[in-house]
Write a protein that binds this ligand. Structure first.
Ligand code: ZN
Length: 465
């Protein structure tokens, strides 16, 4: 028996060596080829769809893309039928670590109650819901937890990059920078010194040009890919008016100069027109929301090539659930909603560069594509809305050489949606395939739809107190 055991052991060891050698051999071979086929294809930049779309993918890259391309011998063919292939969508304004979509007061209570680790675990499901909805890249514009030092967005980004969890490629802003008492002050609305001290640059709260530079440096030191700042008041904050400027021109100049020196782009939360004009003059890369921007400010944006990220979904969601918010916030939401439709129509007419961004977290994660229908309803051509979420966002994010179009050599971030989005833009909400860097994340129904129902419970809760 002993001898037989020895023989078996030797045989097993030999088989192990053979399998090791063959797997090494396979590793040296070219990676397998996948051919994606669908009735239509949007390449991310052209004025029209093409028919009989074919994309050839090898490894993490696109080898070729076009109409009626021949399929290489031995390729795995995935025929998606009556669908449209497109570059993976991007959302230039998300908060994947947060959830503001339920009852406002409940959310504030949760923020005090919940361990930040528990919130981070929830964020894993938000990231998955987002990529499964066809959004393979996001610019994540702010992640903060009151009285916490954690950088949850950095952890989420890194875990996705390392393949520990599934989610979109993330460019993250860490905490975002704002003024004392402004939209980003995490202690606004709470009793004075409840958290023991006034927040400072380590919380993203800065006053004066030097302090703003310090905050930028601190965020970059901790891994920020992009700098976000709040230069005007906001809707979901308690101590500010929605349209007042919150940084001086000198502070904005310091913000832009310090960020650009460190090769980081600057996105600014801004509803008010004065703050918007001053931010564009200071050279920011994008204005987020922009509700009250006047035509003169939009003209300046057009001239300087500043992007507008409209986040129509955020206002839409808040207005549809207005009773979830305290009266002071309801008033601010109504004012912003009344102004933003005309602002957006003007921006489209004037040819301002428009990026696709939703403010996901204000509404449940994974519903990002509903922004497309809001954009087209306010006068944007469907093909331009599709470009905003692909090549435009890639340009704004500074990653246009790698993604955003279906071209040879680009990373294979590819999605398929049922039907024709130029005939019915709601097709963008019905994704059937998601591929990120050549790996299929989804081919068929999404796995995370149930988990992503982040807020139904808090939705129905009565206001606390
Ligand atoms: Zn936001």
């Amino acid at each position: 028996m002993f001898r037989l055991g020895q023989r078996v052991a030797i045989a097993v060891f030999f088989l192990f060596l053979v399998s090791l050698a063959s797997s090494r051999g396979a590793g040296n071979d070219a990676p397998p080829v996948i051919a994606l086929k669908a009735a239509r294809l949007f390449d991310g930049k052209s004025k029209a769809l093409i028919t009989n779309g074919v994309i050839i993918v090898q490894g993490d890259k696109i080898v070729d893309s076009g109409s009626n391309l021949p399929v290489p011998a031995g390729a795995q063919v995935i025929d998606l039928g009556d669908a449209t292939l497109s570059p993976g969508f991007m959302d230039a304004h998300t908060h994947l670590t947060l959830d503001y979509s339920g009852n406002y007061n409940q959310r504030r209570l949760d923020e005090l109650d919940l361990n930040v680790s528990e919130q981070a675990i929830k964020a894993v499901t938000f990231a998955r819901a987002t990529v499964e909805a066809g959004f393979t890249t996001v610019r994540d514009l702010g992640s903060r937890f009151v009285a916490s030092r954690e950088f949850v967005d950095i952890a989420l980004r890194n875990s996705i990059n390392k393949g520990v969890i599934v989610g979109p490629r993330m460019l993250v802003a860490t905490k975002g920078i704002g003024a004392t008492g402004g939209h980003f002050d995490p202690t606004s609305g709470f009793r004075d010194f409840l958290f023991g001290r006034e927040p400072d640059y380590t919380d993203g709260i800065a006053n004066g040009p030097d302090d703003v530079r310090k905050a930028v440096r601190f965020e970059v030191k901790n891994g920020a890919d992009i700098i976000k700042a709040a230069v005007s008041g906001g809707v979901l904050s308690l101590a500010d008016e929605v349209d007042t400027p919150q940084f001086t021109p000198a502070e904005m100049a310091a913000l832009v100069d310090e960020s650009h020196r460190l090769r980081k782009k600057v996105a600014v939360h801004c509803h008010g027109d004065q703050a918007g004009r001053e931010a564009v003059e200071a050279g920011v890369d994008s204005i987020e929301h922009g509700s009250f921007l006047k035509p003169e400010t939009l003209t300046l944006m057009k001239k300087k090539g500043t992007f507008l990220t409209p986040t129509l979904m955020a206002t839409e969601w808040i207005m549809s659930k207005i009773a979830n918010y305290p009266p002071a916030l309801q008033e601010k939401a109504r004012a912003a909603a009344a102004a933003r439709s005309e602002m957006f129509r003007n921006a489209v007419k004037m040819g301002v560069k428009i990026s696709f961004g939703t403010d996901a977290a204000v509404f449940p994660h994974g519903q990002n594509a509903k922004e497309f229908a809001l954009m087209t309803r306010l006068g944007m051509a469907p093909i331009d809305a599709l470009k905003s979420a692909t090549s435009n966002d890639a340009e704004l994010l500074g990653i246009g050489q790698k993604i955003g179009t279906l071209e040879r050599g680009k990373l294979a971030d590819i999605i398929a949606m049922h039907g024709d989005p130029t005939a019915d833009i709601a097709a963008t909400e019905h994704i059937s395939l998601v591929m990120k860097e050549g790996k299929i994340i989804r081919n068929g129904p999404p796995a995370m739809q149930a988990a992503a129902k982040s807020t139904e419970a808090t939705d129905v809760a009565a206001p606390v107190d």
